[in-house]
Ligand binder design. Structure first.
Ligand code: ATP
Ligand code: MG
Length: 255
């Protein structure tokens, strides 16, 4: 059965999608079968994996709101063993649609992923930058959360709300939910600011913080515009090396 992991932080632009897609790609290159679920109406994970259209017919929206069999929305990515379910701009309306369900609105995604979870080692959910019903569905479906944090001023702002949401999901919806790790992204080891953020993050999360830091690397920002994970775009760049090291650390922690 797949380990299901949400990549979540309600702060925007911190590296959720970049981490979700590139860690998934690095694990797939190591022979793991990985499914990425794009759970954000911005469709960034979909485009990073090669689907640039935002109005596809069989997307996570149809899976969630029209009960499309989950396997019908799964696509093969360019890397062997890597699969994805694209998002669509329609997902923007899904929160409202879900909110009208009387019983079980928080567990719809969980039920839909149960249809296919035998087929993968990992299912990664790329969450939107909010703590609404979509994120609650992702957390309810997950065994763990990985929180990417950008190494900048205000990095920890809003984090207490995020931790509180995780606590509530754990209490009422998914008692086994755990924080699997915190990844520092866009990290500049020479900057005082980044060191300060690291210290603060270590104070809050201790050994949950991955030792591997993701440096700021232009190749990571360029790769999605070619519809590729960085490992295919420039496998020797610092960003690709970092995500490959993160995958090794992830596996060595037994995640
Ligand atoms: P959103 O909240 O909008 O979903 P996000 O948290 O998913 O954003 P990303 O989309 O992964 O964040 O990253 C934000 C921007 O920063 C993107 O343009 C991405 O290409 C770029 N980026 C992410 N990580 C790095 C990095 N390590 N080095 C350079 N650029 C990066
Ligand atoms: Mg994103």
């Amino acid at each position: 059965m797949a380990r299901i992991i949400s990549f979540s932080n309600q702060k925007g632009g911190v590296g959720k999608t970049t981490t979700c897609v590139n860690l998934a790609a690095a694990l797939a290159l190591n022979g793991k079968r990985v499914l990425v679920v794009d759970f954000d109406a911005q469709c960034n994970a979909s485009s990073a994996l090669g689907e640039f259209q935002k109005t596809v017919e069989k997307s996570v929206y149809e899976v969630l709101c029209d009960d499309l069999p989950t396997k019908e929305a799964v696509r093969e990515a360019e890397i062997k063993n890597l699969f994805y379910i694209p998002s669509s701009c329609d997902l923007a309306g899904a929160e409202l649609e879900l909110s009208q369900i009387v019983i079980g609105r928080e567990s719809v995604l969980q039920g839909k992923l149960a249809e296919i979870e035998n087929e993968y080692d990992y299912i990664f959910i790329d969450c939107p930058p909010s703590l609404g019903l979509l994120t609650v569905n992702a957390l309810t479906a997950s065994h763990g959360v990985i929180v990417p944090i950008q190494s900048e001023f205000y990095a920890l702002e809003g984090l207490s709300q995020m931790l509180n949401t995780i606590k509530l999901v754990k209490k009422f919806l998914n008692k086994d939910l755990e924080i699997f790790g915190v990844v520092l992204t866009m990290f500049d080891s020479r900057s005082k600011l980044a060191k300060g953020v690291l210290e603060e993050v270590l104070n809050v999360f201790g050994d949950k913080v991955f030792q591997t830091k993701i440096p700021r690397n232009i190749r990571l920002a360029e790769a999605p515009s070619y519809g590729k994970p960085v490992a295919l775009y420039d496998k020797k760049c610092a960003g690709a090396t970092a995500y490959s090291a993160l995958a090794d650390e992830f596996c060595s922690k037994g995640l």
